[in-house]
Design a protein. Structure first.
Length: 253
């Protein structure tokens, strides 16, 4: 699941992932670092990813237990966080996210980037395993698989969370979410719909909470009208139609 996110401006084209910023890299950022590979593994406590630099913000997301497999894996190895505190930021520490993880000490980390050498999206996974699992999607609207530990079965809540953790491919994500949510009964307030409302609001800076909430309620009404019975799962084409109608209602199509 996504447990943290930050957008970082990296004037020097490097994103630092670690317990802190390594002093030798700060002192000589144009030395060995500039000629290094896409990822520099500096001892047991730092991963340094080459980014797009001044061209724009770099979005870094942190995941635990499950992570979308987007782009290319550029690092997969042991990582040491002595006190469990993770820092993500630029070399000058002008944009920094600091967060406490569930575990401290040596642990495995996987880093994926959208474009090795010119990364603008960086995914950092802890305890995500090696097993890629497809998400339940609507036919014709694919989404990337997720990495999970072996023998892990994703719960309904976890699947919905992974579907609504991002806003790329909005039609695919919304259709898959509608398909994953059981048809609610009349008069019910579906437990998952506040999460859906929040996701809808995040599609655009012009969408107010009331608009997103109204759209979610209309989605629930359409599911009740279309579904065979309460608790049923909608077929793919109906989920896509309801999703497309919702995005059009929000003036996003």
């Amino acid at each position: 699941m996504m447990v943290g996110a930050v957008q970082v401006y990296t004037e020097k084209p490097f994103l630092v992932i670690g317990a802190d910023v390594p002093e030798e890299f700060v002192d000589d950022p144009e030395g060995d670092g500039a000629d290094a590979d896409v990822v520099v593994f500096d001892g047991p406590g730092h991963v340094i990813v080459r980014t797009i630099g001044k061209a724009g913000l770099v979005r870094a997301t942190v995941w635990e237990s499950a992570m979308p497999l987007v782009g290319e894996i550029v690092f997969d190895g042991q990582f040491d966080l002595p006190d469990g505190e993770l820092m993500i930021g630029d070399l000058d520490q002008t944009s920094v996210l600091v967060m406490d993880l569930a575990e401290a000490g040596p642990q495995r980390i996987i880093v994926c980037v959208d474009d090795p050498g010119y990364a603008s999206r960086v995914s950092i996974g802890f305890d995500v395993g090696n097993h890629p699992v497809p998400l339940p999607v609507a036919a014709g609207h694919p989404l990337p698989p997720v990495l999970v530990p072996d023998d892990t079965e994703l719960t309904e809540s976890a699947i919905l969370g992974l579907l609504l953790d991002d806003h790329d491919a909005p039609l695919a994500r919304l259709a898959a979410a509608i398909k994953a949510i059981p048809v609610p009964g009349y008069g019910d307030t579906p437990a998952h719909f506040p999460r859906l409302t929040h996701w809808l609001r995040g599609l655009s800076g012009t969408i107010r909470w009331s608009d997103a909430e109204s759209c979610a309620e209309q989605i629930a009404d359409q599911m009740r009208t279309t579904g065979d019975f309460v608790g049923a799962t909608l077929p793919d084409h109906q989920a896509v139609e309801i999703a497309a109608d919702a995005l059009q209602r929000l003036e996003l199509r």
